[in-house]
Design a protein around this ligand. Structure first.
Ligand SMILES: [Zn+2]
Length: 295
């Protein structure tokens, strides 16, 4: 069913006549790669897929360079799920879940909890929006977030397909363009059309076919797509910064206890090891740098 040559692409589209914008994303390889080696049960794969497609769509609404993180947390069997992305559509994912987790709705899985959307424009302060998770689907939670935080009528459609070897996730977003008198009517028209999309079509038709199938009389215009990739972005340096948040004494006593400090990246599972010599050097270099900035 899945076309193995299909790239992971995010498309943006507009209409001549309507004051509404659209996005369509389909992700197979990057989604499959970020699940690899993690032992996620299918239900966790599915939620991470929806989060991935949603984060890609959200990231495409950014008007600046920066990062976005969409995080779900609660007291249910899926206590934590997060996808981080940036304006280059580089994405990574992680989750924490109970061993006995079962299929269920978003609310069954997360329990009593909330969604935290963190937007971090490059070079300025980050801001955070917290929304209650009180809807049945992630798509509805994202719509709710846009309507309460940005007062922009927004609809989101998400679908995932968990295969034996490859997984696919896909999503669409419709949003009114701000401050347009006619946008409300336009939106209702396009929303009704888009509501006829099936999960199978959204996951497996080409973007051109999707747009023709939904809006053939309305002349949608597709823009040059952007590739979505799996990029963790972790490094030994950033991991060392995490160690430096401990006092030198605490770090050294950890090394004494265990021989090494081992830090495994929660996203890509890469292992970083710091032995006694590394830890000593870390704190000595850090002291040098601090002195240099003071002087
Ligand atoms: Zn990593």
């Amino acid at each position: 069913m899945t076309d193995s040559n299909k790239k992971d692409l995010l498309h943006r589209y507009l209409f001549d006549k309507f004051h509404v914008r659209g996005e369509l994303v389909q992700i197979t390889d990057s989604y499959s790669a970020m699940l690899e080696n993690h032992d996620y049960p299918n239900v966790v794969k599915r939620i991470l897929g929806e989060l991935l497609a949603a984060t890609s769509l959200l990231t495409a609404t950014l008007k600046f360079e920066g990062e976005i993180s969409v995080q779900l947390q609660g007291d249910g069997p899926l206590s934590y799920a997060v996808v981080n992305g940036n304006n280059h559509q580089q994405m990574r994912a992680s989750a924490k879940f109970a061993d006995d987790i079962n299929e269920g709705s978003l609310l069954d899985l997360i329990g009593s909890g909330y969604m935290v959307i963190t937007i971090a424009p490059k070079g300025t302060d980050r801001y955070q929006g917290v929304a209650a998770l009180d809807k049945d689907t992630l798509a509805e939670c994202i719509e709710n977030y846009f309507e309460t935080s940005e007062q922009l009528r927004t609809r989101v459609w998400l679908a995932t397909d968990i295969g034996e070897t490859k997984c696919t996730t896909a999503g669409m977003l419709l949003q009114v363009l701000p401050v347009e008198e006619r946008a409300k009517e336009d939106f209702t028209h396009l929303e009704a059309l888009t509501n006829t999309i099936t999960d199978d079509e959204l996951l497996h038709l080409s973007p051109e076919q999707v747009l023709i199938r939904l809006y053939h009389e309305d002349n949608p215009q597709l823009f040059e797509p952007q590739e979505v990739t799996y990029e963790c972005g972790c490094s030994r340096e950033k991991t060392a910064d995490a160690i430096l948040r401990l006092t030198k004494e605490d770090a050294l006593s950890l090394v004494e206890e265990r021989g090494d400090i081992e830090i495994i990246c929660q996203f890509c599972l890469k292992q970083y090891l710091f032995d006694k010599i590394d830890v000593e050097a870390l704190y000595n270099n850090n002291a040098d740098t601090n002195n240099a900035t003071v002087n």
